[in-house]
Design a protein around this ligand. Sequence first.
Ligand code: GLN
Length: 536
Amino acid sequence: MPKFIFVTGGVLSALGKGIAAASIGMLLESHGYKITLQKFDPYLNVDPGTMNPFQHGEVYVTDDGAETDLDLGHYERFTSTKTTKAHNWTAGKIYETILRKEREGQFLGKTVQVIPHVTDEIKSAFYAVSNDNDIIIIEIGGTVGDIEGLPFLEAIRQMRLALGPENTLFVHLTLVPFIKTSGELKTKPTQHSVKELRAIGIQPDIILCRTDRFLGPEIRQKISLFTNVPLEAVITAKDVDNIYEIPLIFAQQGLDKIIINRLHLPPRRRQLKKWKDMVERRRHPRDEVNIALVGKYAGLHDSYISLKQALDHAGTAHHLKVNISWVEAEDVEDQSPECLLQDADGILVPGGFGVRGIEGKIKAITYARRNQIPFFGICLGMQCATIEFARHVAGLKEANSTEFNARTPHKVFFKWRELKNVKQLGGTMRLGAYLCRLKKGSLAEKTYGRLTIWERHRHRYEFNPAFEPILSKAGLIISGKNPDHNLVEIIELPDHPWFLGCQFHPEFKSKPLQPHPLFKAFIGASYAYRCQKNKA
Ligand code: GLN
């Protein structure tokens, strides 16, 4: 039977609970334990698929096509766990299951209640990923004290009662703010948050204190006293520039050893060398490279978290610092791309939805194509690159996607036949991993170093096969296709140093120790372009 670590958060949201949980997972994995992580979100949406990314951040897609919370991205990047539908649960998904059972009469006339029915359903979800794992790390979303979080906290309290302290561990992440005016660190928010937890029957075993400096013994002593947590288990979770340093900061304070002792796990040797080397490499880049991301941002970069990470992994692999400039696509519509993109060594158009900014993205792509600047188009970016080519090279002046103009005579992208008559919005895109066969000798094949790949999708519109002959004839290289549905997955341009668009989202599969080949190659090409530009 696996052991369970429950991670809760106090005081306020956005303290980095997901990264803390992922770091614990990474450390335990470095000892050779088999681990996985799960996220429970107390909100009522069934999944985040229909939630506004500017409010909720990125929707992370798993191989099995679940649209999940962005923390699952951290789990996959920090550890070798492969997340699935069973790794992310919301209150909405739990209630959906219960209400379906109720309608089927499975409760045999009983009154269906939060305790025990909702809590039982939550507990059975904890076991949905047990398989042969030694440890399951479960992150409870939201902040202690939220009304909607209560059934989840009650479920974890019951887990301790059922399995005992050697099989369950409560980790609580709080904030220890430094108040500038008085020059002091404050423990009161932590005291309150732990009081709140204890009122519902949960005594934390470990406190992670998010703060801007290492906490000295005095302040840790005080937190220990007020929260009833042993001194050694009051751990500093210091702000860092590089999230991949967090496991190392925890390791320095012996967090992994405390967990292993408390859970009565057999001790093993820790292997952190590769991780440490990667952090070191990232800390000392040899040079830098500027990448312009042309998209719709409204200032919130959390909706592109995997993308940012993937660029960063690729940069680290090349010993380069990647400077991202976020260029609003709408600005490119009214201003000259020469002016907005003059510093760019590479241009990337990421995924997105809706017509706003489309013409700006297309203009930026024309600029990249004509000026031989490395270009990478992802999902919507690939669609825009194809439209750009169709309009300006193949002469299909009105080329468009029906997402942006349903009446165009040149429907280069249209709704996939499988989705044509689907009215519901949630969970109805082409989602998850699909096979893609690469064309021999293409840039894609050279980059991946193989002929078949699996990549993850999240989109409704597809390359219209009716336009394949005319676009190919005009020079577009179709270098990746899904054989099962005959769908175009990758396009490239000849006579260009690096121009590639993919219908899938490669950023979901990039890891700090295994940077994604497409990102790695794009950053390499952008750096080569930079060197050549500087020489000229
Ligand atoms: N809006 C486009 C589609 O639905 C692209 C989606 C995306 O970039 N994820 O096909």
